[in-house]
Structures are given as structure tokens and as C-alpha cells.
Ligand binder design. Structure first.
Ligand code: SF4
Length: 361
């Protein structure tokens, strides 16, 4: 069957629970319990071939194969870092490519998910931003990354994915509809079994979209702040900074949080640019009274094959420690986030569709 004919079929991975029911009952004229069975095969068992769905009749399998498809992204390249971080270069059904990263934690993996092919935000320190935006990803493509990630880990005999961060390629809140559908599907019974509250949505901060995300109650945001003043943010993230800092912070102040939740502010430390004690003091002034925590991330100059002339340099380790100490002394919960997967260009801001022929999966 040619690619166009395959693409014209309904991708079951791209249907929410209620949409799947509507398809099964309304389009296929089947009883509702068939939707339950399919949902179980799709999300719990991770089956992508109708023939393997043993409790469906031969006729039904044939009917499904004729009308529907289950499209997991294909793995073009898998690279493993010295620190155990795994980066998968994935091919979507239309041939577009994206990346997802599996980060080893003490007992499980955290998966970093992409939400767009490329990104329109063009943050000055980010390799993905250099690609520009090609298109939004669908829910099936976003959650398909988890299916592929889980299978990759299982085949390697490694622990599974427990936490998710929407922090890969793209700005999740610029693809809000599919993000919300993804979070809703994560939380549905008999589904993928990762509660959406185990998911963090990382965003440069778009007030209207934050309001909708907050009202949904589906996830807690982590905001890519990266500068303590509007002026510096405009230099580092010109598009994101079109939303003035005070407007962004006001939106976050009214974000509905449960009792133990806090907004996370991500702060990438760029050597000699935003990492001085003066910046730390400005950050305390900005966040000191807020219910928040701060993650400091040392900038990773991308490897030369990604960016031959990186625009910034890594901060000195002592400078990062002094910055953290100052924030903590002012009672701001602060963590230095270890940069994972640097040697395979899988660290924050390094995702740029890198492939090495020797590593093809
Ligand atoms: S940091 Fe995030 S929002 Fe900014 S360009 Fe990179 S992917 Fe896009």
C-alpha cells in the first residue's frame, strides 16, 4: 500500500478515549466494549498490529486494518551517552523527524518529549530554535514517543518511564490543543499509566495558554525564565520576551497549584552573560516572594557538528555554586540540574536532529 493510502486511514493512536469510542460505535458500527478492548491493546499492551489483538475476531481485525492504522514513530537512530542518557531520533509517518530523550533517574527514566517539529521561538542559546518551525505534532505523535521509548527500554532490560517533561523540540504551549489532548489521554483509565501530574510542561510562558492549562488541572508548568530582567530576556529570548516579564509573572501568580506544588523557573546559566551575583540579586528581587523553585542549568555549548561557533560559553562551576548559594541564602529553593547527555547532543537546548550513520538503529 502506498504512503498516501496509509496516511488516509485513521490513526488510532491519535484518538482520545471518547474519540475512539465514537469511531468504533459511530463509524465501524461495533459495540462499545470493542473500544475498551482496543484502548487496552493500544496503550497498555503497546500492540501496533491488529493481527496480534487476540480477543478480536478475524473479520474485525480485517475491518480495522482496512480503515485504521496504529502509527508509532520509527526509530532512525538511537544514541546512548556515557551517563546512560538515550537519545532517539524518530521519523514520523510523513517523514518529518524529531528527537526524544530518555534520562536515567535512580529507579526509573524521565522522558523528554517533543511537541513540535522544530520551533518558532528562536531562543538565542537553543539549537532547536535554529531549525525554525515546520509543524505541530499530533497527540498520536507526541504520545507515540512514549510507546517507542518504553519499548526501547524494555528491549534493553532497563527500567521504564515514570516521569515526563514536555521539554524537547518545540514550545508546548504553541501546540496547546494537542498538548491538552495528550495530557488528558495520559490520565485516562486503562491508558498509558503515567499520571499527568507526573508531567511537567516546560514553556517560555504564554499567559493565555497558561490560563487554559491551569484551568485544565492537568499539569504544572516549568517556566524558561533565563534572565532576571526584561531587558536581558529580550536579548536572550527576543520572541518569548514579547510578553513582558511582569505580565508573565502575574499570570503565573494566579496559576492554580495544589498544596505542595510550586512553579519551577528554569534558568540556563550562560558564562559571563547572566551568571553574576548582580543577576542573582535581581532574580531574588523578582522571585523572592513567590511560591516557586529555581532550577539552574549550566549552558552546554553544543558539539561542533551541531553548532561550529556556539554563541555562549559554559559558566564556571564555582560561579554556578555561588549563584545557587546566594539564592538559597535568600530562602529560594534552588537546584543545580545536572546536564545529561552532553556528549550525544541530548542536553537541554542541543536537540537538532543529529544522526551518525554508524548509530542507525
Ligand atoms: S528553548 Fe524551547 S522555546 Fe526556545 S527555541 Fe528552544 S525549543 Fe524553542
Amino acid at each position: 500500500m502506498d504512503a498516501a493510502a496509509t496516511l488516509s486511514k485513521v490513526d488510532l493512536l491519535n484518538l482520545t478515549r471518547s474519540e475512539l469510542e465514537a469511531f468504533v460505535v459511530g463509524e465501524l458500527r461495533l459495540p462499545r466494549f470493542r473500544a475498551d478492548q482496543l484502548w487496552h491493546w493500544l496503550w497498555q499492551r503497546g500492540v501496533r498490529d491488529f493481527a496480534a489483538m487476540t480477543n478480536l475476531s478475524k473479520d474485525l481485525k480485517a475491518k480495522l486494518a482496512e480503515r485504521a492504522r496504529i502509527s508509532w514513530p520509527g526509530v532512525d537512530v538511537a544514541r546512548t551517552s556515557r551517563d546512560g542518557t538515550i537519545k532517539l531520533l524518530l521519523r514520523l509517518a510523513d517523514g518529518e523527524r524529531i528527537e526524544t530523550v530518555l534520562i536515567p533517574m535512580a529507579q526509573h527514566y524521565t522522558q523528554c518529549l517533543s511537541t513540535q517539529v522544530g520551533c518558532a521561538m528562536a531562543c538565542s542559546f537553543c539549537s532547536t530554535g535554529e531549525l525554525g518551525l515546520t509543524r505541530n505534532m499530533s497527540m498520536g505523535e507526541i504520545l507515540g514517543q512514549i510507546m517507542v521509548g518504553r519499548e526501547h527500554l524494555a528491549q534493553a532490560g532497563l527500567p521504564t518511564v515514570r516521569n515526563l517533561v514536555f521539554m524537547g523540540m518545540g514550545e508546548p504551549l504553541m501546540n496547546l490543543g494537542e498538548l491538552l489532548r495528550s495530557l488528558e489521554t495520559l490520565g485516562s483509565a486503562e491508558g498509558i499509566s503515567i499520571a499527568s501530574r507526573r508531567a511537567t510542561v516546560s514553556s517560555v510562558g504564554i499567559p493565555q495558554a497558561l490560563k487554559i492549562l491551569g484551568d485544565s488541572g492537568l499539569a504544572v508548568p516549568a517556566i524558561s525564565l533565563h534572565a532576571p530582567t526584561q531587558e536581558l530576556r529580550e536579548q536572550l529570548m527576543p520572541k518569548a520576551a514579547r510578553v513582558p516579564l511582569d505580565e508573565l509573572l502575574a499570570a503565573l501568580d494566579s496559576y492554580p497549584l495544589k498544596s505542595r506544588e510550586r512553579v519551577t523557573y528554569e534558568y540556563i546559566m550562560l558564562g559571563g552573560v547572566n551568571d553574576s551575583l548582580v543577576h542573582a540579586k535581581q532574580l531574588v528581587k523578582l522571585l523572592g516572594q513567590r511560591r516557586c523553585k529555581v532550577n539552574l542549568i549550566g549552558y552546554n555549548p553544543p558539539p561542533p557538528e551541531v553548532s561550529p561557533n556556539p554563541p555562549y560559553r559554559a559558566p564556571e562551576p564555582g560561579v554556578v555554586l555561588a549563584f545557587e548559594e546566594y539564592l538559597r541564602s535568600k530562602r529560594i529553593t534552588t537546584f543545580i540540574r545536572r546536564s545529561m547527555g552532553q556528549d550525544i547532543a541530548a542536553a537541554c537546548g542541543q536537540l537538532k536532529l543529529l544522526a551518525g550513520p554508524e548509530e542507525v538503529a
